[in-house]
Structures are given as C-alpha cells and as structure tokens.
Ligand binder design. Structure first.
Ligand SMILES: [Zn+2]
Length: 290
C-alpha cells in the first residue's frame, strides 16, 4: 500500500521496491549492545531488524521527481535472491489522470522529469538502466539523473569501482546517454525542490528538501535506517562511511525537523511508517507516523 502526504502543490508518495531478508541488530548496528535494544523492541520484527527498500515520488501538476530507484529487478543473490518490483508499484502512482490502469501504451516511467539520488549505494540506484544485448537503456528516459559529486568521485575510483559493480552498471553509462547531472552543495532541482549535503553515510550523501505553499518536507535518504535512530541519533549503521559525520548530520536534521515542524520521509522504514514527524514525548524524541 502506498502512503502519501501533500506538501503545498506537491504530493509525496512512498513506494516499496523490495523487502530484503531481516538481519540481526548486531549486524546492522555493531556498536550498539544488545541490551540497548530493550527499549526499542517495538521497532524490531521477531527480534530482528527488517529494512524495506522504499523510494519516493514527489509530484505536482508540472513536475514528477523520483527520489532514488531502489535495488533493481534482480533476483539479488546478496539479498536472499529477492526481486525488486518498483516498475509495477510505480504504475498506479504515476499514471496520468484519466488513463486506464491497463492501458499499456502509456508508460508511467515517462512521467519522470528528474531522478534524484541521495547517494550511490546499490539499493538506491538499481532501476536506473536496463540492459538488452549488453546495451544500457534508461528506465526513465525523459529524466535527468541528479548525482552528488562527492559520491561520484569516490565510487568511480578504480579500486572502489571494482567492489561496486552496480555503479558501473547503473551510474556510469548515464554520462554517455547524456542523462547525468552531477551536483555539488545545495542545488535547486526545480520549483520548491532542492538537495542539501548531509554526508557521513557516504562521502556525498544528500537529503532532498521540498518547500511549497508554506509546508516543508525532508527526504532523508540513509541518515535514518531504523526508527530507533530518531531516539538514538548516535547509533550508526555498519555501512556508514564516516560515523562521526553521520551522527552529527542526523542530530542536526532531527533538531531542524522537530523545531521547524518538517514532514520527514525515510525510505528504509516499514510500509505505513515511512512518512512522519519528529516529536518529543515524555522527554524522549520519537517518530510519529503520519
Ligand atoms: Zn540504503
């Protein structure tokens, strides 16, 4: 089930691409002792950490922006051979009004004007391109793909690229296809939608801000993997590139979200809980799903 929220002239919809196998908390958060999870059992599923691979569609009458593209069709041996289903899930969300859902002449993916990547991990870029006879073709052929420069520079270094074949397959061909836009610092994507660096999870990790009609939303990428991190911002995922920076930026954005009443969108949270607000209850900062 998609969930959505209106932010000024935009509608933001959460869409799940894939559900990877659950993992022990110690695998995802090796620095957090088991006992520290006692207060957070409610965010675990059978005592394990279950991530979801979600993306967001940010849509107005004039623009459609896709924030991240999930893990890709798969099957993915590194994730228990799970398969991604983004294309089908996007269909009802992006079909233009008055078009029958079974009309296969209209491609929902052609509605996308911009794909914005929060960072270049495999579970965020997987549906960029498809291959036929070894040749790449864009899944969102009318979009510009917006990529943070510091991630691009880092992941395309030969020795790093070798360990990240998804960057070679899903990012590097975009340049030759003339669909790539490398951005630095704060960047205005289109009316009311901008990116802001929030590094730490990766060298160039960025968040996406939506500011329209006096309402504000932030799409936080992988600053948050688990709802418990709202209460415990010092908890860093094992895959964070720079844990001190990840913690500092998480703290900064949670403070901003709460004090300025931002809507927050977190793609790795469970379905129905991916859009929420950060509030303080009983002296503790917590997640309140919308
Ligand atoms: Zn991720």
């Amino acid at each position: 089930m998609a969930e959505k929220v209106t932010v000024g002239s935009y509608e933001i919809t959460a869409v799940i691409d894939m559900v990877p196998p659950p993992r022990p908390t110690s695998a995802m958060f090796p620095d957090v002792p088991d006992s520290a999870w006692n207060d957070h059992q409610d965010v675990l599923e059978d005592g394990q950490l279950q991530l979801y691979y979600g993306v967001f569609v940010v849509r107005s009458d004039n623009h459609t922006v896709l924030v991240d593209t999930g893990m890709g069709p798969g099957p993915h041996p590194s994730r228990g051979n799970a398969v991604g289903n983004l294309y089908e899930e996007l269909r009802p969300v992006m079909l233009p009004p008055n078009v029958d859902i079974h009309n296969t002449n209209v491609s929902p993916s052609d509605q996308v004007n911009y794909v914005v990547h929060t960072h270049l991990h495999a579970d965020h870029v997987g549906w960029n391109l498809r291959y036929s006879g070894g040749m790449p073709a864009p899944n969102f052929r009318r979009a510009r793909y917006i990529i943070p420069k510091d991630d691009y520079d880092y992941y395309t270094q030969p020795e790093i690229l070798e360990q990240n074949p998804h960057v070679q397959q899903q990012i590097m061909p975009l340049r030759r296809l003339r669909l790539q836009q490398i951005v630095e610092g704060e960047y205005e994507v289109t009316d009311g939608i901008s990116t802001m660096p929030a590094v730490g999870h990766t060298p160039g990790h960025q968040v996406v801000l939506v500011n329209s009609g006096g309402q504000k939303a932030m799409l936080v990428g992988d600053l948050l993997h688990c709802i418990a991190q709202v209460t415990e911002p010092s908890w860093c995922a094992s895959v964070d590139y720079d844990k001190a920076a990840s913690h500092a930026n998480r703290e900064m954005l949670l403070n901003k979200a709460e004090s300025e009443d931002w809507i927050v969108c977190a793609g790795h949270f469970p379905p129905g809980k991916q859009i929420g607000k950060v509030v303080t209850e009983g002296g503790k900062r917590v997640w309140q799903s919308l």
